[in-house]
Design a protein around this ligand. Structure first.
Ligand code: HEC
Ligand code: HEC
Length: 472
């Protein structure tokens, strides 16, 4: 954690006001682009008469705010958002707690394009093997010439802080052992607009799954209850990460700070290894404003605007035809165009977050159902509990938490939201598809019928769908 300066004293007050139900001003409509025309701009201001904690069920949903312009979606004022972004962009050093094992020095290294919080080409490596019981087993990775074995995680960190001057003989670089025969890359993900996804009620995702599973296409997304780290014992329907391993952006920030950067924090206070470790735990401590870095990261992500469409491309006849075909042949069964967030004032994340006005009752267009599906591309890897939820995960009794449910996801992946898909070129979880067409024809399993319909389309119609994807 770096000492914070300047803006800090006012941040706490701003946080409080950002989370209350009567924020100072609605997002400026002139500065933003919205992807859809379905909602008139003149929509009445939602719950203008400060709703306290009571949701306003009669309010008309408003469009989410979108745009790649670094500005806040209204959850925080712009100076606060900028200060939070500075934290997200900040490079950490060994003296701040970086490592001992890590992948990158800053959140932005992997979430940066086209603006901070977006995506990147950085991939991470995961591995494991099939155990004697036939189930996935996380890897055993020897470090320091075998003196220590790293266990309980599937991530293989690609950087290490030693050997160095202070620890010349300690060699902790992780390398994939031959025995870990299940191996995959996972691409980085876009975070812009994630606040809207977090604000979707569990019941919305559960209803989507029910509707799918009652159809005849063999498409049946599954939900997974995952721990809310800031609310021990509480779980929620997972929606973030390639395998839906988190439901809370604060939890994900804690997970990423430890596992990607090696910075221990209030949610994940234990280092992966104590070799070469010299900074006291947790590395991430509250600043003068009472907030830790992970608080700033979570508020930054919650306040980002959703990715906006390429308006020029979206207006072409081909992209418009592609959009219709996308729905017609059934891509939108999983890549659901439109969702609505829970009402302002709804308490989520085990009571640790109240949906603020900027995120409440918003219509947004993620092109995802946030459910797990087997589309024939699964990598066989199951989330390692201690890695994602901390070493003490099994000491806590989590509601609706089932290790078997996790094992059933070995070959499933969350439908990735297609908003912003034009901002990256390595597609699918492993980055192995280099064109939209290749990504589409790789879909098998639950998507088999839809893929067959795509393959039967004329070349022009197929191209129209590709043009549509390029507008998202
Ligand atoms: C080395 C690259 C890397 C770094 C550094 C990194 N991330 Fe990520 N991030 C990823 C990858 C890869 C995924 C997909 C992970 C998965 O599902 O296993 C991801 C996923 C996420 C998600 C879920 C997004 C979604 O919509 O599903 C969030 C939130 C996130 N990261 C936040 C952060 C924060 C906050 C930081 C800084 C503390 C950070 N990340 C640092 C690579 C990185
Ligand atoms: C059964 C649900 C389902 C259906 C139907 C489906 N998809 Fe997907 N889609 C997924 C899943 C799951 C993935 C992630 C697979 C992976 O990463 O291995 C995915 C990945 C993608 C990607 C890559 C996104 C990225 O960020 O890398 C594109 C593009 C895509 N789908 C387009 C389509 C199109 C076009 C159709 C219709 C022809 C379609 N999908 C039908 C579930 C579905």
């Amino acid at each position: 954690m770096k000492a914070s300066v300047g803006v800090v004293p006012i941040l706490l007050a701003l946080l409080v006001s950002a989370c209350s139900t009567s924020p100072p001003a609605p997002p400026a409509a002139t500065k933003t682009t919205t992807a859809s025309t379905s909602q008139p701009k003149s929509a009445a201001p939602v719950a203008a008469a400060s709703a306290k904690s009571a949701p306003a069920p009669t309010a008309r949903p408003q469009e989410a705010v979108s745009g790649f312009d670094d500005a806040s979606n209204g959850l925080a004022d712009d100076p606060t958002h900028e200060a939070d972004r500075t934290k997200f962009d900040e490079f950490e050093a060994v003296a701040d707690g970086l490592g001992p094992l890590y992948n990158a020095q800053s959140c932005r290294e992997c979430h940066q394009s086209p603006v901070s919080g977006g995506v990147s080409q950085v991939m991470e490596l995961r591995a494991g093997h099939t155990g004697r019981d036939g189930k996935f087993q996380s890897p055993e990775v020897p470090i320091n010439r075998g003196a220590e074995i790293v266990k309980g995680r599937t991530l293989i960190n690609e950087r290490a802080i030693c050997p160095n001057a202070a620890f010349p003989d300690t060699d902790i670089q992780e390398r994939t052992p031959e025995t870990e025969t299940i191996r995959t890359f996972r691409t980085s993900l876009n975070l812009l607009g994630d606040g809207y996804i977090e604000a979707v009620a569990d019941s919305t995702l559960i209803a989507l799954a029910k509707k799918q599973c009652s159809g005849k296409e063999g498409i049946c997304g599954s939900i997974l209850y995952v721990p809310i780290l800031e609310s021990p014992g509480k779980t929620r329907v997972g929606r973030f990460g390639w395998k839906n391993e988190h439901a809370s952006l604060l939890s994900f920030a804690g997970d990423a700070y430890l596992n990607e950067m090696g910075i221990t924090n209030t949610l994940l206070p234990d280092e992966v290894t104590n070799l070469c470790n010299s900074v006291q735990e947790p590395n991430d401590r509250p600043g003068a404003d009472g907030l830790t870095d992970i608080d700033h990261f979570a508020r930054f992500v919650r306040a980002t605007k959703a990715p906006s469409r390429d308006a020029q491309q979206a207006a072409t006849p081909a992209a418009k035809r592609g959009q219709a075909l996308f729905a017609q042949i059934g891509c939108s069964a999983c890549h659901v165009e439109t969702l609505t967030t829970a009402p302002t004032g709804t308490s989520i994340n085990g009571g640790k977050f109240v949906v603020p006005e900027a995120l409440g009752n918003r219509i947004f267009h993620p092109y995802s159902d946030f459910l797990l599906h087997d589309v024939g591309t699964g990598d066989g890897i199951v989330a390692a509990m201690p890695e994602r939820y901390g070493r003490r995960v099994y000491d806590i009794s989590w509601e609706d938490f089932s290790v078997d449910a996790y094992h059933s996801t070995a070959n499933k992946l969350r439908t990735p939201p297609l908003w912003g898909v034009r901002t990256h070129s390595l597609l699918m979880h492993d980055g192995a598809s280099l064109t939209f067409r290749n990504a589409i024809v790789r879909h098998r399993g639950e998507a088999s019928q839809v893929t067959q319909r795509f393959e039967k389309l004329s070349k022009d119609d197929q191209e129209a769908i590709v043009e549509f994807l390029g507008s998202l």
